[in-house]
Ligand binder design. Structure first.
Ligand SMILES: [Mn+2]
Length: 248
């Protein structure tokens, strides 16, 4: 059986009603890499579905509530804050830890990983870093690349992407600020904004600030981010099947 990747979802209001949704490029990227996507709704019960999963993909979306990382509201204009989503994803990350699952975080997903392990976020790049000449909230379409990233040559991120310097897309006004203990910044934009993080060690814990799911068909590093993550999920699945009681 193919490995199963649990995928977190956005929660935002549409026409006045809250809804959970996911852009289909995430689903297609996971499928192309050879895994089965399992969408995880924003509710406490989703944590039990992780028992079925071989990996967790944390997706992009609205801002993380600053109270989750102990920050005061600094007057930033928030967009898409959802306490239900924050609570669900923080619980999923804790459960993934317990299960030793591989985790891949994209955009908000990388930020929520940093917060879950004790890091903080820059709440609004234009306010905190007005000197940045880069536009991290690009107006171009999602499959267009607009700034470069440099990855640390000895990082998992560089090994996975197969390259240390390439162009990416960018849809964020927040960024990782203080890093959690035991984690490492492994990618930066030319204005030094954090673009990739990982926790060194055997377990696959990697986050990127850009959106490889929107680039993956034409962009080799983006495609490989999904393929190598699914390889880690396959290895997890193989290990799980050796343990009586954890097979399905
Ligand atoms: Mn960026």
């Amino acid at each position: 059986m193919k490995p199963i990747v649990g995928i977190s979802m956005s929660r935002e209001a549409a026409e006045g009603y809250p809804r959970d949704f996911l852009r289909a490029t995430y689903i297609e990227a996971v499928r192309r890499a050879g895994a089965v996507p399992l969408l995880l709704a924003n509710c406490d019960e989703s944590v039990s579905l992780l028992e079925l999963c071989d990996g967790l993909l944390l997706t992009g979306g609205g801002d993380v509530d600053p109270t989750t990382f102990g920050a005061a509201d600094d007057g930033t204009e928030w967009s898409g804050v959802s306490p239900d989503r924050d609570r669900t994803e923080l619980a999923l990350i804790a459960a993934a830890d317990h299960l030793n699952l591989p985790v891949f975080g994209i955009c908000r997903g990388m930020q929520v990983m940093a917060v879950a392990y004790g890091g903080t976020l820059i709440q609004d790049i234009p306010r905190r870093r007005p000197d940045s000449a880069l536009h991290h909230s690009q107006k171009e379409s999602r499959e267009r690349v607009t700034h470069s990233v440099d990855l640390e040559p000895d990082s998992r991120a560089a090994e996975v992407a197969g390259n240390t310097h390439f162009e990416v897309n960018s849809f964020h006004h927040q960024a990782v600020d203080r890093m959690p203990d035991g984690w490492r910044v492994v990618g930066r934009a030319s204005d030094q904004m954090v673009e990739a993080i990982e926790r060194p060690g055997e377990r696959y814990l990697l986050g990127v600030q850009w959106h490889p799911e929107d680039l993956a068909t034409a962009h080799q590093p983006a495609q490989q981010l999904f393929e190598k993550f699914v390889e880690a999920c396959l290895a997890y699945q193989a290990g799980r099947e050796q343990h009586v009681g954890r097979s399905r």
